[in-house]
Design a protein around this ligand. Structure first.
Ligand code: ADP
Ligand code: MG
Length: 268
């Protein structure tokens, strides 16, 4: 595969925290190539280094060792990728539309083009018609939709999401998963999505990487070939193949600590 088709490249990435004597190794070493348009889900137990890895890809912090590249360059924070966190982190003194317009302004979109693009983005995340509402007037699920619209406002082709649906109720979570899957299909953006849920991973991902316990490194790298369009979400979730994959991923997450020791031995 040519380098032009690689959206994200991690090469021997590690991240340690702390000073000499009390160093915590949070991540790595991790090497990963993410082709453009892939929906990669990183799964692992709490504390295994998922958020750290995502911050490294976003360029919010630097690896201790190794390199991170987005489309062949070191990531520029806030520019190379749109980022969505577990909490929506919106501006409560702005309306729904105002939050999206601000993101368009930061992305360098001329003022005259912003209202039209704002409406297009809100439509894409299922929020047509709520542009004038205040942030505190809409539900948590809707707020997270605004956060996704805001992340899509930049012209970067990469979207990074860190457990964005973890705080939502089960039904809302499923709806947002379905819509994000659709966004991925329609926009062709490269997505890296972090979760600790095997179910969520299998539903969303075209590829799943299971991380070991801290310092997180690859325990399993799995391609998911479930249909990406033209299939009912509930049928998909109850299909035999879905159930089989979910069990495989859940098992891999549970045994990931052992897998790390095995892979370390194999590496040394
Ligand atoms: P996850 O998102 O998978 O729950 P994190 O990436 O948040 O895991 O954390 C991985 C490990 O790194 C944890 O042990 C955490 O305590 C540690 N860690 C994360 N960020 C810092 C930091 N800024 N300083 C010190 N330790 C950190
Ligand atoms: Mg985390």
């Amino acid at each position: 595969m040519s380098s032009a088709e690689i959206a994200i490249a991690l090469d021997g990435v590690t991240r340690d925290y702390g000073q000499r004597g009390s160093v915590v190794s949070a991540v790595g070493p991790v090497s990963l190539s993410v082709p453009a348009g892939e929906f990669l889900v990183l799964v692992g137990a709490s504390g295994c280094g998922k958020s750290t890895l995502l911050r490294l890809i976003a360029g919010f912090e630097q690896p201790t060792l190794g390199t991170v590249e987005i489309t062949g360059r070191a990531p520029r924070p806030g520019e190379s990728a749109g980022v969505v966190f577990q909490q929506p982190r919106l501006f409560p003194w702005r309306t729904v539309g105002g939050n999206v317009e601000l993101a368009l302004r930061y992305a360098g979109v001329p003022k005259a083009d912003r209202p039209h693009l704002r409406d297009e983005l809100l439509d894409r995340v299922g929020l047509a018609g709520v542009s004038d509402r205040w942030i505190w007037e809409i539900s948590g699920g809707q707020q997270q939709r605004v956060a996704i619209a805001r992340a899509l406002a930049g012209d970067s082709s990469t979207l990074l999401l860190d457990e964005p649906f973890a705080a939502l109720d089960a039904l809302t979570r499923e709806r947002l998963q379905e819509d994000l899957r659709q966004v991925s299909h329609e926009t062709g953006r490269t997505i890296v999505f972090v979760t600790h849920s095997a179910e969520e991973a299998v539903f969303l991902g075209s590829r799943i990487v299971v991380l070991t316990d801290r310092p997180g490194t690859t325990a399993l790298d799995l391609s998911i070939d479930l249909p990406r369009s033209g299939v009912d979400a509930d049928d998909l979730r109850t299909s035999a193949e879905f159930t089989r994959l979910r069990a495989e991923v859940a098992h891999a997450v549970k045994s990931a600590a052992t897998a790390r020791h095995t892979s370390r031995k194999a590496a040394s």
